[in-house]
Design a protein around this ligand. Structure first.
Ligand SMILES: *Cc1c(COP(=O)(O)O)cnc(C)c1O
Length: 432
Protein backbone atom coordinates (compact mmCIF):
# COMPACT_ATOMS: atom_id res chain seq x y z
CA UNK A 1 0.00 0.00 0.00
CA UNK A 2 1.18 3.45 -0.80
CA UNK A 3 0.33 6.33 1.50
CA UNK A 4 -0.23 8.92 -1.26
CA UNK A 5 -3.76 10.31 -1.37
CA UNK A 6 -3.64 9.75 -5.14
CA UNK A 7 -3.50 6.02 -4.32
CA UNK A 8 -6.22 6.26 -1.67
CA UNK A 9 -3.97 7.13 1.26
CA UNK A 10 -4.97 9.80 3.75
CA UNK A 11 -4.50 13.29 2.27
CA UNK A 12 -2.51 15.91 4.16
CA UNK A 13 -5.60 18.15 3.91
CA UNK A 14 -9.02 16.63 3.61
CA UNK A 15 -10.84 19.81 2.68
CA UNK A 16 -9.72 22.40 0.19
CA UNK A 17 -9.25 25.89 1.57
CA UNK A 18 -12.02 28.14 0.25
CA UNK A 19 -11.74 31.45 -1.52
CA UNK A 20 -11.86 34.21 1.10
CA UNK A 21 -14.67 36.69 1.30
CA UNK A 22 -12.77 39.86 2.13
CA UNK A 23 -15.90 42.00 2.31
CA UNK A 24 -16.55 43.24 5.83
CA UNK A 25 -18.92 45.61 7.57
CA UNK A 26 -16.81 48.51 6.24
CA UNK A 27 -17.67 47.65 2.65
CA UNK A 28 -21.25 46.85 3.58
CA UNK A 29 -21.79 50.20 5.27
CA UNK A 30 -20.10 52.06 2.44
CA UNK A 31 -22.45 50.43 -0.08
CA UNK A 32 -25.51 51.13 2.05
CA UNK A 33 -24.49 54.80 2.25
CA UNK A 34 -24.42 54.99 -1.54
CA UNK A 35 -27.77 53.25 -1.82
CA UNK A 36 -29.35 55.64 0.68
CA UNK A 37 -27.96 58.65 -1.15
CA UNK A 38 -29.65 57.41 -4.30
CA UNK A 39 -26.67 58.60 -6.34
CA UNK A 40 -25.28 55.38 -7.81
CA UNK A 41 -23.20 57.17 -10.43
CA UNK A 42 -22.47 60.86 -10.60
CA UNK A 43 -20.80 61.09 -13.99
CA UNK A 44 -22.18 63.33 -16.70
CA UNK A 45 -20.56 63.57 -20.13
CA UNK A 46 -20.73 67.34 -20.40
CA UNK A 47 -18.32 70.04 -19.37
CA UNK A 48 -18.21 70.70 -15.64
CA UNK A 49 -17.34 69.07 -12.33
CA UNK A 50 -19.41 65.96 -12.97
CA UNK A 51 -17.39 65.12 -16.04
CA UNK A 52 -14.89 63.64 -13.59
CA UNK A 53 -17.39 61.57 -11.63
CA UNK A 54 -19.02 61.43 -8.23
CA UNK A 55 -17.65 61.95 -4.74
CA UNK A 56 -16.66 58.31 -4.10
CA UNK A 57 -14.94 58.03 -7.46
CA UNK A 58 -12.92 61.14 -6.67
CA UNK A 59 -12.20 59.92 -3.16
CA UNK A 60 -10.94 56.56 -4.41
CA UNK A 61 -8.71 58.33 -6.94
CA UNK A 62 -7.27 60.55 -4.20
CA UNK A 63 -6.67 57.50 -1.99
CA UNK A 64 -4.83 55.72 -4.84
CA UNK A 65 -2.67 58.81 -5.42
CA UNK A 66 -1.77 58.91 -1.74
CA UNK A 67 -1.17 55.19 -1.25
CA UNK A 68 1.01 54.84 -4.36
CA UNK A 69 2.57 58.32 -4.45
CA UNK A 70 1.23 59.19 -7.88
CA UNK A 71 0.04 62.55 -9.13
CA UNK A 72 -3.02 61.42 -11.06
CA UNK A 73 -5.42 58.52 -10.69
CA UNK A 74 -8.24 57.75 -13.10
CA UNK A 75 -10.72 55.05 -12.10
CA UNK A 76 -12.39 52.94 -14.78
CA UNK A 77 -14.55 49.81 -14.75
CA UNK A 78 -11.82 47.18 -15.26
CA UNK A 79 -8.11 46.78 -15.79
CA UNK A 80 -8.89 45.68 -19.33
CA UNK A 81 -10.59 48.99 -20.12
CA UNK A 82 -7.78 50.73 -18.23
CA UNK A 83 -5.26 49.11 -20.60
CA UNK A 84 -7.35 50.13 -23.57
CA UNK A 85 -7.48 53.68 -22.20
CA UNK A 86 -3.75 53.81 -21.49
CA UNK A 87 -2.83 52.78 -25.03
CA UNK A 88 -5.32 55.19 -26.56
CA UNK A 89 -4.09 57.99 -24.30
CA UNK A 90 -0.60 57.46 -25.72
CA UNK A 91 -2.22 57.96 -29.14
CA UNK A 92 -1.26 54.52 -30.29
CA UNK A 93 -3.39 53.07 -33.07
CA UNK A 94 -3.49 51.47 -36.53
CA UNK A 95 -0.05 51.04 -38.07
CA UNK A 96 1.67 50.99 -34.67
CA UNK A 97 3.29 48.14 -32.80
CA UNK A 98 3.43 47.61 -29.05
CA UNK A 99 5.89 45.25 -27.37
CA UNK A 100 4.27 43.01 -24.76
CA UNK A 101 4.96 39.88 -22.76
CA UNK A 102 3.36 36.69 -24.12
CA UNK A 103 3.02 35.24 -20.63
CA UNK A 104 0.17 37.22 -19.20
CA UNK A 105 -3.58 37.40 -18.98
CA UNK A 106 -4.90 37.83 -22.53
CA UNK A 107 -6.21 41.33 -21.81
CA UNK A 108 -2.68 42.78 -21.87
CA UNK A 109 -2.41 41.93 -25.55
CA UNK A 110 -6.03 42.27 -26.63
CA UNK A 111 -6.07 45.89 -25.38
CA UNK A 112 -3.43 46.57 -28.05
CA UNK A 113 -5.56 44.97 -30.78
CA UNK A 114 -8.62 46.84 -29.57
CA UNK A 115 -6.76 50.05 -30.38
CA UNK A 116 -5.93 48.77 -33.86
CA UNK A 117 -2.25 48.30 -33.04
CA UNK A 118 -0.25 45.10 -33.35
CA UNK A 119 1.23 43.27 -30.35
CA UNK A 120 4.80 42.07 -30.73
CA UNK A 121 5.75 39.48 -28.15
CA UNK A 122 9.00 39.76 -26.21
CA UNK A 123 10.22 36.71 -24.30
CA UNK A 124 10.40 36.63 -20.52
CA UNK A 125 13.25 36.29 -18.08
CA UNK A 126 13.57 32.71 -16.81
CA UNK A 127 13.70 33.72 -13.16
CA UNK A 128 11.43 36.74 -12.97
CA UNK A 129 8.80 35.72 -15.60
CA UNK A 130 8.58 39.38 -16.65
CA UNK A 131 9.75 40.78 -20.00
CA UNK A 132 13.48 40.22 -20.57
CA UNK A 133 15.11 43.59 -21.37
CA UNK A 134 17.82 41.82 -23.38
CA UNK A 135 15.16 40.57 -25.82
CA UNK A 136 13.51 43.94 -26.43
CA UNK A 137 15.67 45.75 -28.94
CA UNK A 138 15.60 43.05 -31.59
CA UNK A 139 11.86 43.62 -31.99
CA UNK A 140 11.92 47.41 -32.19
CA UNK A 141 10.98 48.78 -35.63
CA UNK A 142 10.00 52.27 -36.84
CA UNK A 143 6.41 51.21 -36.03
CA UNK A 144 7.09 50.53 -32.37
CA UNK A 145 5.38 53.06 -30.13
CA UNK A 146 5.34 51.54 -26.67
CA UNK A 147 6.34 48.75 -24.33
CA UNK A 148 3.54 47.22 -22.31
CA UNK A 149 5.24 45.33 -19.52
CA UNK A 150 3.37 43.09 -17.11
CA UNK A 151 4.29 42.81 -13.43
CA UNK A 152 3.35 39.17 -13.48
CA UNK A 153 2.46 37.05 -10.41
CA UNK A 154 3.21 40.10 -8.22
CA UNK A 155 6.81 40.89 -9.16
CA UNK A 156 7.62 44.24 -10.78
CA UNK A 157 9.25 44.02 -14.21
CA UNK A 158 12.88 45.05 -14.66
CA UNK A 159 11.70 48.62 -15.07
CA UNK A 160 15.06 50.33 -14.59
CA UNK A 161 16.35 48.51 -17.68
CA UNK A 162 13.10 48.76 -19.62
CA UNK A 163 12.77 52.52 -19.04
CA UNK A 164 16.32 53.04 -20.24
CA UNK A 165 15.66 51.22 -23.51
CA UNK A 166 12.33 53.00 -23.95
CA UNK A 167 13.83 56.44 -23.48
CA UNK A 168 16.59 55.66 -25.94
CA UNK A 169 14.01 54.74 -28.60
CA UNK A 170 11.44 57.34 -27.59
CA UNK A 171 8.78 54.81 -26.59
CA UNK A 172 6.05 55.00 -24.00
CA UNK A 173 6.04 52.42 -21.24
CA UNK A 174 2.80 51.10 -19.78
CA UNK A 175 2.86 48.90 -16.69
CA UNK A 176 0.16 46.27 -16.38
CA UNK A 177 0.19 46.15 -12.60
CA UNK A 178 -3.06 44.21 -12.13
CA UNK A 179 -1.21 41.51 -10.19
CA UNK A 180 1.32 43.57 -8.25
CA UNK A 181 -0.34 46.31 -6.19
CA UNK A 182 2.03 47.38 -3.43
CA UNK A 183 5.13 45.71 -4.90
CA UNK A 184 8.15 48.02 -5.11
CA UNK A 185 11.57 48.59 -6.66
CA UNK A 186 13.92 50.47 -4.34
CA UNK A 187 10.92 51.88 -2.52
CA UNK A 188 9.16 53.02 -5.70
CA UNK A 189 5.68 51.65 -6.25
CA UNK A 190 5.06 49.26 -9.13
CA UNK A 191 2.49 50.87 -11.38
CA UNK A 192 4.01 54.34 -10.97
CA UNK A 193 7.46 53.82 -12.48
CA UNK A 194 6.50 53.84 -16.16
CA UNK A 195 4.46 56.51 -17.98
CA UNK A 196 1.15 54.90 -16.99
CA UNK A 197 0.32 52.05 -14.64
CA UNK A 198 -2.82 49.93 -14.60
CA UNK A 199 -4.42 48.35 -11.52
CA UNK A 200 -7.31 45.90 -11.30
CA UNK A 201 -10.13 45.73 -8.77
CA UNK A 202 -11.51 42.52 -10.26
CA UNK A 203 -12.84 39.87 -7.89
CA UNK A 204 -9.76 37.64 -8.25
CA UNK A 205 -7.17 40.27 -7.47
CA UNK A 206 -5.41 41.19 -4.21
CA UNK A 207 -8.07 43.81 -3.45
CA UNK A 208 -11.32 44.09 -5.35
CA UNK A 209 -14.67 45.75 -5.76
CA UNK A 210 -16.17 42.99 -7.88
CA UNK A 211 -15.04 44.74 -11.04
CA UNK A 212 -12.96 47.89 -11.45
CA UNK A 213 -9.69 49.34 -12.66
CA UNK A 214 -7.44 52.31 -11.93
CA UNK A 215 -4.84 54.14 -14.01
CA UNK A 216 -1.96 55.99 -12.34
CA UNK A 217 0.32 58.50 -14.02
CA UNK A 218 2.45 61.52 -13.23
CA UNK A 219 1.89 62.95 -16.70
CA UNK A 220 -0.80 65.60 -16.78
CA UNK A 221 -1.57 65.28 -20.51
CA UNK A 222 -1.90 61.51 -20.30
CA UNK A 223 -4.16 61.85 -17.27
CA UNK A 224 -6.37 64.31 -19.14
CA UNK A 225 -6.66 62.06 -22.16
CA UNK A 226 -7.54 59.12 -19.91
CA UNK A 227 -10.31 61.19 -18.36
CA UNK A 228 -11.62 62.05 -21.83
CA UNK A 229 -11.56 58.48 -23.07
CA UNK A 230 -13.30 57.23 -19.94
CA UNK A 231 -16.27 59.50 -20.42
CA UNK A 232 -17.26 60.03 -24.07
CA UNK A 233 -14.45 62.52 -24.54
CA UNK A 234 -15.58 63.69 -27.94
CA UNK A 235 -18.50 65.51 -26.33
CA UNK A 236 -16.20 67.73 -24.34
CA UNK A 237 -13.89 68.31 -27.28
CA UNK A 238 -16.77 69.60 -29.36
CA UNK A 239 -17.57 72.18 -26.73
CA UNK A 240 -14.11 73.34 -25.78
CA UNK A 241 -12.34 72.77 -29.07
CA UNK A 242 -9.02 73.46 -27.43
CA UNK A 243 -7.45 70.03 -27.72
CA UNK A 244 -5.25 69.33 -30.66
CA UNK A 245 -5.93 65.63 -30.53
CA UNK A 246 -9.00 63.54 -31.05
CA UNK A 247 -10.23 61.38 -28.20
CA UNK A 248 -12.61 58.62 -29.18
CA UNK A 249 -14.42 58.28 -25.91
CA UNK A 250 -16.12 55.29 -24.41
CA UNK A 251 -18.06 54.70 -21.24
CA UNK A 252 -15.52 53.22 -18.87
CA UNK A 253 -16.93 54.99 -15.81
CA UNK A 254 -16.88 53.42 -12.38
CA UNK A 255 -20.08 53.48 -10.35
CA UNK A 256 -20.22 55.05 -6.89
CA UNK A 257 -20.93 51.63 -5.40
CA UNK A 258 -17.77 50.12 -6.85
CA UNK A 259 -15.77 53.15 -5.79
CA UNK A 260 -17.16 52.95 -2.25
CA UNK A 261 -16.09 49.30 -1.99
CA UNK A 262 -12.71 50.13 -3.53
CA UNK A 263 -12.04 52.82 -0.91
CA UNK A 264 -12.51 50.29 1.90
CA UNK A 265 -10.53 47.56 0.14
CA UNK A 266 -7.58 49.85 -0.49
CA UNK A 267 -7.38 50.46 3.27
CA UNK A 268 -6.97 46.70 3.70
CA UNK A 269 -4.29 46.27 1.04
CA UNK A 270 -1.30 46.50 3.35
CA UNK A 271 -2.82 44.00 5.77
CA UNK A 272 -3.44 41.52 2.94
CA UNK A 273 0.08 42.05 1.63
CA UNK A 274 1.55 41.43 5.08
CA UNK A 275 -0.20 38.03 5.19
CA UNK A 276 0.81 37.19 1.63
CA UNK A 277 4.44 38.05 2.28
CA UNK A 278 4.66 36.15 5.56
CA UNK A 279 3.20 33.03 3.99
CA UNK A 280 5.31 33.33 0.85
CA UNK A 281 8.53 33.84 2.77
CA UNK A 282 7.81 30.73 4.80
CA UNK A 283 7.16 28.81 1.59
CA UNK A 284 10.36 30.13 -0.01
CA UNK A 285 12.36 29.05 3.04
CA UNK A 286 10.76 25.60 3.00
CA UNK A 287 11.34 25.10 -0.72
CA UNK A 288 15.07 25.66 -0.24
CA UNK A 289 15.20 22.20 1.29
CA UNK A 290 13.35 20.52 -1.57
CA UNK A 291 15.25 19.19 -4.56
CA UNK A 292 13.90 19.89 -8.02
CA UNK A 293 11.60 22.75 -7.04
CA UNK A 294 12.56 26.41 -7.31
CA UNK A 295 10.63 29.10 -5.47
CA UNK A 296 10.41 32.78 -6.35
CA UNK A 297 13.43 34.87 -7.19
CA UNK A 298 13.39 38.39 -5.82
CA UNK A 299 15.92 40.77 -7.34
CA UNK A 300 17.82 43.05 -4.98
CA UNK A 301 15.76 46.08 -3.97
CA UNK A 302 12.45 44.51 -5.08
CA UNK A 303 9.39 43.49 -3.10
CA UNK A 304 6.76 41.04 -4.33
CA UNK A 305 3.02 41.11 -3.74
CA UNK A 306 2.50 37.36 -4.35
CA UNK A 307 -0.68 37.46 -6.36
CA UNK A 308 0.21 33.81 -6.87
CA UNK A 309 3.37 31.86 -6.05
CA UNK A 310 5.23 30.46 -9.08
CA UNK A 311 7.35 27.32 -8.68
CA UNK A 312 9.69 25.77 -11.24
CA UNK A 313 9.54 22.00 -11.44
CA UNK A 314 12.53 19.95 -12.58
CA UNK A 315 11.15 16.72 -14.00
CA UNK A 316 14.62 15.21 -14.45
CA UNK A 317 15.31 15.41 -10.74
CA UNK A 318 11.85 14.17 -9.81
CA UNK A 319 11.75 11.46 -12.47
CA UNK A 320 8.11 12.25 -13.21
CA UNK A 321 6.18 14.63 -15.40
CA UNK A 322 4.99 17.93 -13.97
CA UNK A 323 1.38 16.87 -14.49
CA UNK A 324 1.79 13.78 -12.34
CA UNK A 325 3.40 15.83 -9.60
CA UNK A 326 0.56 18.35 -9.68
CA UNK A 327 -2.01 15.56 -9.62
CA UNK A 328 -0.41 13.98 -6.57
CA UNK A 329 -0.17 17.32 -4.75
CA UNK A 330 -3.78 18.16 -5.61
CA UNK A 331 -4.87 14.84 -4.14
CA UNK A 332 -3.14 15.90 -0.92
CA UNK A 333 -5.43 18.95 -0.82
CA UNK A 334 -3.45 21.61 -2.66
CA UNK A 335 -4.51 22.29 -6.25
CA UNK A 336 -1.72 23.65 -8.46
CA UNK A 337 -1.89 25.49 -11.76
CA UNK A 338 0.05 23.71 -14.51
CA UNK A 339 1.75 26.48 -16.44
CA UNK A 340 -0.14 29.74 -16.69
CA UNK A 341 -1.91 31.19 -19.74
CA UNK A 342 -0.91 29.61 -23.06
CA UNK A 343 1.70 31.85 -24.76
CA UNK A 344 -0.61 34.40 -26.29
CA UNK A 345 0.80 34.25 -29.83
CA UNK A 346 -0.15 30.56 -29.98
CA UNK A 347 -3.82 31.30 -29.43
CA UNK A 348 -5.90 30.77 -32.54
CA UNK A 349 -6.99 34.38 -32.92
CA UNK A 350 -3.33 35.38 -33.21
CA UNK A 351 -2.14 32.43 -35.24
CA UNK A 352 -4.85 33.05 -37.84
CA UNK A 353 -4.76 36.83 -37.48
CA UNK A 354 -8.51 36.67 -37.34
CA UNK A 355 -9.50 39.61 -35.16
CA UNK A 356 -11.74 41.99 -37.09
CA UNK A 357 -13.75 39.63 -39.33
CA UNK A 358 -11.90 38.52 -42.49
CA UNK A 359 -9.83 41.68 -43.03
CA UNK A 360 -6.61 40.60 -41.25
CA UNK A 361 -6.78 44.06 -39.70
CA UNK A 362 -4.73 45.43 -37.98
CA UNK A 363 -1.87 43.11 -39.00
CA UNK A 364 -2.33 44.05 -42.67
CA UNK A 365 -1.29 47.63 -41.92
CA UNK A 366 2.27 46.60 -41.10
CA UNK A 367 3.92 46.33 -44.52
CA UNK A 368 6.80 44.10 -43.57
CA UNK A 369 5.63 41.72 -40.87
CA UNK A 370 7.81 42.04 -37.77
CA UNK A 371 6.88 38.78 -36.08
CA UNK A 372 5.31 35.49 -37.12
CA UNK A 373 3.07 34.14 -34.39
CA UNK A 374 4.42 30.62 -34.23
CA UNK A 375 6.14 28.20 -31.90
CA UNK A 376 9.73 29.14 -31.11
CA UNK A 377 9.57 32.94 -31.00
CA UNK A 378 9.67 33.06 -27.17
CA UNK A 379 11.41 29.85 -26.07
CA UNK A 380 11.66 30.72 -22.37
CA UNK A 381 7.92 31.37 -22.18
CA UNK A 382 7.18 28.14 -24.01
CA UNK A 383 9.44 26.12 -21.74
CA UNK A 384 7.85 27.64 -18.63
CA UNK A 385 4.37 27.01 -19.88
CA UNK A 386 4.73 23.55 -21.37
CA UNK A 387 7.36 22.00 -19.08
CA UNK A 388 8.39 23.83 -15.99
CA UNK A 389 6.06 26.22 -14.27
CA UNK A 390 3.58 25.43 -11.51
CA UNK A 391 1.44 28.08 -9.91
CA UNK A 392 0.43 27.79 -6.26
CA UNK A 393 -2.34 29.89 -4.80
CA UNK A 394 -1.54 29.33 -1.13
CA UNK A 395 -0.12 32.69 -0.08
CA UNK A 396 -3.27 34.61 0.75
CA UNK A 397 -6.04 34.90 3.30
CA UNK A 398 -7.47 32.62 4.68
CA UNK A 399 -4.33 30.42 4.47
CA UNK A 400 -2.16 30.27 7.59
CA UNK A 401 1.43 29.33 8.33
CA UNK A 402 0.17 25.88 9.29
CA UNK A 403 -1.31 25.50 5.81
CA UNK A 404 2.04 26.40 4.28
CA UNK A 405 3.64 23.72 6.44
CA UNK A 406 0.98 21.27 5.27
CA UNK A 407 1.73 22.19 1.67
CA UNK A 408 5.43 21.58 2.27
CA UNK A 409 4.58 18.30 3.98
CA UNK A 410 2.54 17.26 0.94
CA UNK A 411 5.57 18.00 -1.25
CA UNK A 412 7.84 15.90 0.98
CA UNK A 413 5.31 13.08 0.95
CA UNK A 414 5.18 13.12 -2.83
CA UNK A 415 8.98 13.24 -3.01
CA UNK A 416 9.25 10.20 -0.75
CA UNK A 417 6.85 8.31 -3.01
CA UNK A 418 8.13 9.50 -6.34
CA UNK A 419 9.16 5.99 -7.37
CA UNK A 420 5.56 4.83 -7.11
CA UNK A 421 4.54 7.82 -9.21
CA UNK A 422 7.15 6.92 -11.79
CA UNK A 423 5.51 3.50 -12.10
CA UNK A 424 2.10 5.09 -12.26
CA UNK A 425 3.25 7.35 -15.08
CA UNK A 426 4.84 4.47 -16.95
CA UNK A 427 1.68 2.40 -16.78
CA UNK A 428 -0.26 5.38 -18.01
CA UNK A 429 -2.99 4.94 -15.44
CA UNK A 430 -2.63 8.68 -15.35
CA UNK A 431 -4.38 8.97 -18.71
CA UNK A 432 -7.69 7.92 -17.20
C1 LIG B 1 -6.65 40.41 -14.20
C2 LIG B 1 -5.70 40.98 -15.13
C3 LIG B 1 -6.07 41.91 -16.12
C4 LIG B 1 -7.49 42.30 -16.36
O1 LIG B 1 -8.12 42.80 -15.24
P1 LIG B 1 -9.70 43.04 -15.22
O2 LIG B 1 -9.88 44.06 -14.14
O3 LIG B 1 -10.32 41.74 -14.88
O4 LIG B 1 -10.10 43.54 -16.55
C5 LIG B 1 -5.10 42.43 -16.92
N1 LIG B 1 -3.83 42.07 -16.81
C6 LIG B 1 -3.42 41.17 -15.89
C7 LIG B 1 -1.97 40.83 -15.80
C8 LIG B 1 -4.34 40.60 -15.04
O5 LIG B 1 -3.94 39.69 -14.14
Amino acid sequence: MNELALFDGVPVRKTAIPWANTMGTEEENAVVDVMRSGILSDFVAVKGEKFLGGSRVKKLEKAFCERFSAQYAITVNSATTALHTAIAACEIGPGDEVLVSPYTMTASASAILMNGAVPIFVDIDRERYTMDPLQIEKWITPNTKAILTVNIFGLPSDLPAIMKIARKHNLYVIEDNAQAPGATINGKEAGTIADIGVFSLNYHKVIHSGEGGVLLTNNKDLAYRCQLIRNHGEVILDESDDMDTVALGNNYRMSEIHAAIGIEQLKKLDGFLKTRRELAERLTQGLKFVKGLKGVFIPKGYTHSYYVYPIQFDSEIWGIDRKIFAKAIAAEGFPLGIGYVKPIYLMNMYKHKHVYNHTQYPFNLIKKSTQKYEKGICPVTENMHYNTLLVADVCRVPYTKDNIDEFLLAITKVWDNRKALEEYEKNCICRT
